[in-house]
Design a protein around this ligand. Sequence first.
Ligand code: GLA
Length: 382
Amino acid sequence: MIDPLVNTFEKKFLHKPRIFRAPGRINLIGEHTDYNDGFVMPAAIDKSVKLAITKRPDNQAIIYALDLNEEKSFSINNTTPTKDWSTYIQGVVHGFQQRGLKPQGFEAVFTSDIPVGAGLSSSAALCSAFAFALNEIFQFGLDRLSLAKIAQYAEHHFAGVKCGLMDQYASLFGKENSVILLDCRQEQHEYFPLQLVSHSLLLIDSKVKHSLALSAYNKRREACELAVSIIKKDNSTVNSLRDIPLNLLERYKDKMPAEAYKRSHFIVQEISRTQAAADLLKTNALTAFGKLMYETHEGLSKEYEVSCAESDLLVQIARQHAITGARMMGGGFGGCTINLVQNEYLEKFKDEVLRLYKDAFVIEPAFYEVSIKNGVHEITNL
Ligand code: GLA
């Protein structure tokens, strides 16, 4: 993978680049809780963006997307949101500038094996790759948390997605064979070694991404904020759904729009579920952990309403085949499901999914058996 990247860079720019790798992520449990100050449990994976880069003496950014055979350039002092992939990089540059830092120009080539639209955070990986690399080549000295926030800034202000911090955090803080329990309020994490014993983590790509995804995501966030603002009127210490226990939410059921209640009801439960799941992981209680994954899916589908027929069917097939755990993963409206599958059932399960999913939707799903890797880093030993 690295060689075509380096070759292309050297042919185009006639010198040697520095190389960085930024992974995509999975999330075991804790969905849509990040922007509600809750807990999430992501991990960085073995699919990544690889970036070759050096600085330039002028103020031009020239970037070549190897997989698309497409080049974009912009002036560092004139960043602006666009409809193409360069918007993420312009957003990252602007994120540094917002902090009073002044990147010069740079030239870069990147490639990625993270499927786009599959819920594996390909855009967060792209932003994290550039944030990390620019911080290195211009020696700004920012820590990983600040870089995650710059990457998130790009999503918010240059891509229009009011996402939480999970994806960028996972890409930057990932640790081989461990999941991250991230407390999104404290912005602190603990690592848990993931001992899968006789299980595998299987992602099933539904190969659909419904166009609703972006606007629906921002709307879910607004519904949660509305519930908080209503409860906060009488409870000044409440700042997010993290501060709202179920019994308090129930008392306000009739004082808020039904939609705001339904969305918040899922989130309040999902926050406690993620804490419970972390306890289960400490004792490697995978069966009980898997049950929580199914509960999460149910809530995402019925209450938070971010699933779709395709993801629901994939989870239903898993349930019918007594797979330990399964749920839709990420923002929703398609993308991948994450499955905790007993190794002895793995091949049979894949065959069944292939058959039943194809029968229902005439789409061939893709399977990714992922492994857990380190977060963004420089590659020095080519
Ligand atoms: C997307 C967002 C994340 C998170 C998930 C849902 O991946 O980028 O911040 O909210 O959806 O858990």
